[in-house]
Design a protein around this ligand. Structure first.
Ligand SMILES: Nc1nc2c(ncn2[C@@H]2O[C@H](COP(=O)(O)OP(=O)(O)OP(=O)(O)O)[C@@H](O)[C@H]2O)c(=O)[nH]1
Ligand SMILES: [Mg+2]
Length: 317
């Protein structure tokens, strides 16, 4: 059987040159979890590790996308190239919001130093999708100085995604998320820097004061993404934090550890349908010749075949 031709080298070359076409096609393969993507990623990996990761999170409608648009402009002024990864952990049928985001950031479309991509991460992952790590490496290999990761909403998954990034910006706005008391649980713990957007609104000042007292000593930066006030201050606060975090070995190790965990989890999930839980095993358990505990105790198993043998024969004799 002949394999369809797949030009791995062309992908690698294109991505390393920062070509949007190659990167986009690779990201599509990544989203679909195609095995060819993995070969390209292996070749790209030695060229990664330079980009700074900035997670941007916050409740829906606080102005994250509008603010990111401003941040892109600011970073570009500082001669830094930017990649934006918009994560949509929801159903692919709600993708309209992301399309809107892309339209909103359209003024950066012609800028070769900016690459914006949304990533659908639906699936049965208990948390972060392996696609997210892959996509980060692609942006990194493209030579992006800063990778902005925007998450939609502030559910459990989004908190996890935010924690992945070396530096996390939490965006809030007056009148969103009901009361601060309600937000206290979990949400306010994330974010090294907190931006209170929509500072142009009435009542923003008192909201910012209340917020500051809760999140202290972390800074609350008041901005208006709409009319551009406070952005310069936010950019410099972020730049300082990103620089410090960029050399934080513990954070880097936490990232790799999480990536390995997720890849391992993906592998385990892929095995489920195959021999691991095959009929022989199930029969052996049903007949009480083996038990689920002994089976699982067999981990980690390098080969499916040996797993089946061990699992099926354990406690049988
Ligand atoms: N008054 C005011 N409105 C703003 C400001 N920034 C954004 N908005 C408005 O707030 C609304 C939501 O902005 P988005 O940027 O889409 O917010 P988001 O956080 O990305 O929303 P999701 O992606 O749905 O979570 C839009 O109507 C914006 O025009 C601001 O600084 N002041
Ligand atoms: Mg948005």
């Amino acid at each position: 059987l002949q394999k369809p031709s797949f030009d791995k080298r062309a992908f690698v070359k294109g991505v390393l040159k920062g070509e949007v076409r190659a990167a986009s096609r690779l990201l599509t393969l990544i989203e679909r979890r195609r095995p060819e993507a993995r070969d390209v990623l292996k070749a790209l990996y030695p060229h990664t590790g330079h980009a700074k990761l900035l997670g941007v999170t916050g409740p829906a409608g606080v102005g994250k996308s509008t603010l990111i648009d401003r941040l892109i402009s600011g970073f570009r002024k500082n001669k830094q190239s930017v990649g934006v990864l918009a994560i949509d952990p929801r159903s692919p049928f709600t993708g309209g919001a992301l399309l809107g985001d892309r339209l909103r950031m359209h003024r950066h479309f012609l800028d070769r130093g900016v690459f914006i991509r949304s990533l659908a991460t639906t699936g049965s992952w208990g948390g972060i999708s392996p696609s997210l790590f892959d996509a980060i490496h692609v942006f990194d290999a493209m030579g992006k100085d800063i990778i902005l990761i925007e998450t939609l909403g502030v559910g459990q998954d989004e908190v996890l995604i935010a924690r992945l990034a070396e530096t996390v910006l939490l965006v809030l706005a007056p009148g969103v998320g009901d009361e601060i008391q309600a937000m206290k649980a979990g949400l306010l713990e994330i974010g090294e820097i907190i931006a209170m957007n929509k500072a142009d609104l009435i009542g923003a000042e008192s909201f910012a004061e209340e917020l500051s007292s809760i999140v202290a000593p972390r800074p609350v930066v008041q901005v208006s993404a709409e009319n551009g006030t406070g952005i310069t201050g936010l950019i410099s606060a972020l730049s300082t934090a990103m620089k410090a975090n960029g050399s934080n070995r513990l954070k880097k190790k936490a990232f790799v550890r999480e990536e390995l965990r997720v890849l391992y989890q993906e592998k385990v999930l892929a095995m489920e349908d195959r021999a691991m839980f095959g009929d022989k095993i199930l029969e052996a358990i049903l007949k009480r010749k083996s038990d689920p505990y002994s089976l699982i105790d067999g981990w980690p198993i390098p080969r499916t075949e040996s797993l089946v043998k061990r699992g099926a024969t354990k406690n049988v004799s």
